[in-house]
Design a protein around this ligand. Structure first.
Ligand code: NAD
Ligand code: UD1
Length: 350
């Protein structure tokens, strides 16, 4: 598929940077658009270095998706074969506090992108959706046909964008769209040069554990010890970010090769559930020391057990996750140990 050019929105972010690296390694040309709201240009430069010779096929624009003029210029200068759309705000708690920011950024950003794509005749899209659309699932594993629910403004933006995609495809059959529902991406590139570096206090489990390990936080608070699970803590489907990035290459391949793709949805997970305490134990094995824990009440809005059915992605994308939680924790710790302050420094801590 050598010479195709892909626009990656949010390509400086956690999942975006890993996907951009894999795209370059697979021979794609990549243009990244990111406003660096939750990321650093250092990530883009490290991807360029890791890609070696293929790094020359990467172009970065610092721009906001809601800036229609900037987007129009980018589309006018390059013909894109497809867009992978990661850009958006993703912190659930913050979305409850600041719903308008989430609707503005995620919805207006996406609508502007879709309009500019259509105006320039690029109608192939891969979109980052989330397992959050399954809420507290009626049973597990979650299949793509499960009922969908929005438990908070962040989740609602994902549902609305999924619906917008289904609607535009109904209205115009030349759109080809892949909606990818990620479960819990963790880990980092095995080089330890790129990884997750959230601004502020981490909301998610692994970035929090990582910051305890490097001494930036005193202990991990375990949210809920009375769930109906083996050890009482919540169960999730953790997936190595490199596997997730591979899932995007598989989705693109399907998009380019299957003339009958309309608007299709796929879970990207491992199909395996792991509890909070099991994750802590796996991380401690990689880290070689204990993580101090504080047991606490459930976090509002959390589900008990969530993991994916991976059958549809395996069957139709010919993709499945390769890595287990030991490799995820090994690579998470490798990234943390080499970059205790992420892409920043102690002074840049907020
Ligand atoms: P991230 O915050 O690391 O990356 C998102 C990137 O988008 C950031 O670099 C940010 O600066 C950029 N961005 C945000 N708003 C923008 C705008 N208006 N214009 C241009 N750039 C903008 O997050 P991530 O973990 O890499 O997630 C990528 C996508 O996957 C998001 O849409 C997220 O909702 C979705 N997702 C993430 C997870 C997860 O656990 N990480 C799970 C499910 C879905
Ligand atoms: C959360 C979001 C979800 C989003 C996903 C990825 C909520 C309610 N859900 O999912 O919408 O798509 O992140 O961004 O926020 N945990 C602790 N201590 C911590 C952090 C987490 O015990 O400090 C526990 C949680 O209770 C949960 C598990 O670890 O059982 C995983 O949590 P997290 O990493 O936040 O992911 P999700 O809750 O699955």
């Amino acid at each position: 598929m050598g010479t195709k050019t892909i626009l990656v929105t949010g390509g400086a972010g956690y999942i975006g940077s890993h996907t951009v690296l894999q795209l370059l390694q697979e021979g794609f040309s990549v243009v990244v658009v990111d406003n660096l709201d939750n990321s650093s240009e250092v990530a883009v430069r490290r991807v360029e270095e890791l890609a070696g010779d293929a790094g020359k096929n990467l172009v970065f624009h610092q721009a906001d998706l809601r800036d229609r003029e900037a987007l129009n210029k980018i589309f006018a200068s390059t013909r894109f074969d497809a867009v992978i759309h990661f850009a958006g705000l993703k912190a659930v708690g913050e979305s409850v506090q600041k719903p308008l920011s989430y609707y503005d950024n995620n919805l207006i950003g996406t609508i502007t992108l879709l309009e500019v794509m259509a105006a320039h005749g690029c109608k192939s899209l891969v979109f980052s959706s989330s397992a959050t659309v399954y809420g507290w699932p009626i049973q597990v594993p979650c299949t793509e046909e499960f009922p969908l629910i929005a438990a908070n403004p962040y989740g609602r933006t994902k549902l609305i964008i999924e619906d917008i995609c289904r609607d535009i495809r109904k209205a115009s059959s030349d759109w080809k769209i892949m909606l990818l529902r990620y479960f819990n991406p963790i880990g980092a590139h095995p080089s330890g040069h790129i990884g997750e570096d959230p601004h502020g206090i981490p909301n998610n489990l692994m970035p929090y554990i990582q910051q305890v390990a490097v001494g930036r936080r005193p202990s991990l608070t375990v949210f809920g010890t009375d769930y109906n699970t083996n050890d009482g803590t919540g169960v999730r489907d953790y997936i190595h970010v490199v596997d997730l990035a591979d899932g995007h290459i598989a989705a693109l391949q399907k998009l380019f090769q299957d003339p009958n793709i309309g608007c299709e949805v796929y879970n990207l997970g491992t199909g395996k559930g792991t509890s909070v305490l099991e994750m802590v134990a796996a991380f401690e094995k990689a880290y070689g020391k204990k993580i101090p824990l504080v047991m606490a009440a459930r976090r509002s809005g959390d589900a008990e057990i969530v993991y994916a059915s991976t059958m549809k992605a395996e069957r139709e994308l010919n993709w499945r996750a390769k890595y287990g939680i030991d490799e995820m924790c090994r690579d998470q710790w490798n990234w943390a140990r080499k970059n205790p302050w992420g892409y920043g420094s102690p002074e840049s801590e907020s």
